[in-house]
Ligand binder design. Structure first.
Ligand code: NAP
Ligand code: HSE
Length: 438
């Protein structure tokens, strides 16, 4: 059988992991042995690299890879929006299937890319874009296809989970642990994407599109990262029996009419208090966990390493094998794509406005340590019909008290109104933090 030519765009954390698997096919699926690394694009040819293949296959000219007739599958693992997006489209137009780990591109341009792929009769597979080594994309596209999905939620950024876990367990310093996450290859080249929540928002946009069958407008997802998280909230959360995790949540709202398509999706990313006995509280380090809920499956949890060279390469190679398997069966490229492997939107989805999101909340207020303050705060919540699960006063220093409120599930619009009234109370100095709470 003729070998299947692979062109890599990028030889960083993920690219190196992919090259290692392809260069060492022993004891893996036999199809791995049918893959041949033909060329690899990098930015800097002078960089010292520990590689087990001839350096002559490295090039700085990515277009050469796209146009190389010996390459059937282009693997984009360079990251960033451009030139990655244009190279993906050029590869598709030159009749090559594409495997990419680039969630930033797919979350913003996935529909355009899927349309190009359909027109060209090639595949674009993205297993590595979400959850690192966890198989979640293909299960949503294929294995769970018979379900009406109602909710997808979980921890989908390895860097921030690694940072939060080490801060919690070791009391480690935020910037030191972020530096470690970068050295371990977990963080994005600009780690702001991890700590500000945008990487998780890209991933939940992709998962929502697959779970609910339609394209999600990425810009509609309210996103809060861990960069403004304060140690005091980690401490209070622990005292109340919670850990803090960066969660991404996507759930189907109530129907506004009988038509399924009109149900808005509530999608958001934010640091969230997780009860210590919730399975997500035990997901530590670089691990991710994704809970999918639907009918008739009930709940299914996907768990594993969410970032890093080996795990991500495992997902990339799974996609390569899916395509290689089909190509090895038919030498003739066919425009009849496997409808399960090539994801396709089948309805329109719209994302609910932030004020319509309904959830439990943690609020920390800094107020005068005086009689009646908690009563006044409680009254305002009551006036807005917001039910309080608990209200606790913590430290009081220099006549300033830290008051923590946990609400029952309420719409964010109502919470915003209540917090605005509370802030105008003369005894309330400021709102220290707001987060989600499970
Ligand atoms: P990385 O370590 O920064 O590697 C990027 C590679 O791409 C480098 O080899 C770089 O060349 C090359 N490159 C960048 N721009 C280029 C250009 N214009 N032309 C040619 N080569 C170029 O990145 P990574 O961590 O492997 O991530 C790659 C992609 O995978 C990103 O989309 C990321 O979001 C995604 N991803 C990463 C992980 C992870 O755990 N790291 C997990 C899942 C998904 P030089 O080597 O010469 O600099
Ligand atoms: N920076 C990402 C993370 C890589 O930490 O989750 C995996 O997508």
């Amino acid at each position: 059988m003729k070998k299947i030519g692979i062109g890599l765009l990028g030889l960083g954390t993920v690219g190196k992991g992919v090259a290692n698997i392809i260069s060492n096919p022993n004891d893996r699926h036999p199809l791995v042995g049918e893959l041949e690394l033909i060329a690899i694009a990098v930015r800097n040819l002078q960089k010292r690299r520990d590689i087990s293949f001839p350096a002559s296959i490295l090039t700085t000219n990515a277009i050469e890879i796209i146009n190389n007739p010996n390459i059937q599958i282009v693997v984009e693992v360079m990251g960033g929006i451009e030139p990655a997006k244009s190279l993906i489209i050029q590869a598709i137009r030159s009749g090559k299937s594409v495997v990419t780990a680039n969630k930033a591109v797919i979350a913003r341009h996935g529909e355009e890319i899927a349309n190009e792929a359909k027109a060209a009769g090639v595949y674009v597979l993205i297993e590595a874009a979400v959850g690192g080594g966890i198989p979640i994309i293909e299960p949503l596209k294929q294995s769970l296809g018979g379900n009406q999905i109602t909710k997808v939620s979980g921890i989908i950024n390895g860097t921030t989970n690694y940072i939060l876990s080490r801060m919690d367990k070791e009391g480690a310093n935020y910037s030191d642990v972020l530096k470690d996450a970068q050295e371990l290859g977990y963080a994005e080249s600009d780690p702001a994407a991890d700590v500000e929540g945008s990487d998780a928002a890209d991933k939940i946009a992709i998962l929502s599109g697959l779970a609910f069958g339609g394209t999600i407008n990425r810009a509609d997802i309210p996103t809060k990262g861990i960069n403004s998280l304060e140690a005091i909230d980690v401490n209070y959360a622990r005292k109340l029996g919670y850990g803090i995790k960066l969660l991404a949540i996507s759930e189907k709202g109530k129907a506004q009419s009988d038509i399924q398509a009109s149900k808005p999706l509530s999608i958001w990313v934010e640091p969230t208090l997780v009860p210590e006995d919730n399975p997500l509280a035990g997901v530590n380090g670089v691990n991710n966990a994704i809970l999918v809920e639907g009918n008739p499956i009930g709940q299914v949890m996907f768990f594993g390493p969410g970032a890093g060279s080996g795990p991500t390469a495992s997902a990339v190679v799974a996609d390569i094998l899916n395509i290689a398997g089909i190509q090895s069966m038919s030498e003739e490229k066919s425009l009849n794509l496997d409808p399960l492997l090539s994801a396709k939107s089948w309805r329109s989805c719209h994302v609910a406005e932030e004020k319509e999101i309904s959830k439990k909340n943690y609020i920390r207020l800094i107020a005068e340590d005086a009689p009646g303050v908690i009563g006044q705060i409680g009254t305002i919540f009551g006036q807005k019909k917001i039910s309080i699960e608990s209200i606790v006063q913590f430290d009081a220093i220099n006549n300033e008290a830290e008051i923590v409120v946990i609400t029952h599930k309420i719409k964010l619009g109502k919470l915003k109104e209540a917090l605005s009234d509370i802030q105008s109370l003369p005894q309330v100095k400021r709102i220290g933090a707001t987060m989600g709470c499970l």
